[in-house]
Design a protein around this ligand. Sequence first.
Ligand SMILES: [Zn+2]
Length: 87
Amino acid sequence: MLKIIFLIIVLFIFITVYSFKKKIDGILDTLFPKQNSQNSKNGELEELVRCENCGTYIPKSSAVKKIRIRGDVLYFCSQKCKKEYKG
Ligand SMILES: [Zn+2]
């Protein structure tokens, strides 16, 4: 008889700990969503520039740059647009 009571108590503790862990995991997921926060950060940091030749907007990091003698910087979406642009 004592064995059965002992087993029930162990089972009860196991279920309590398991449900508690699940609650903690749920709270952590809502507080720190892993993938979503990274994506929004990248979107905020990415600055868009306008291609001087065709007018397309491209991320500054992937734009082709051309520095004029006067010192101002022109941005192009591709090497093709950079060659085509006159001015
Ligand atoms: Zn272009």
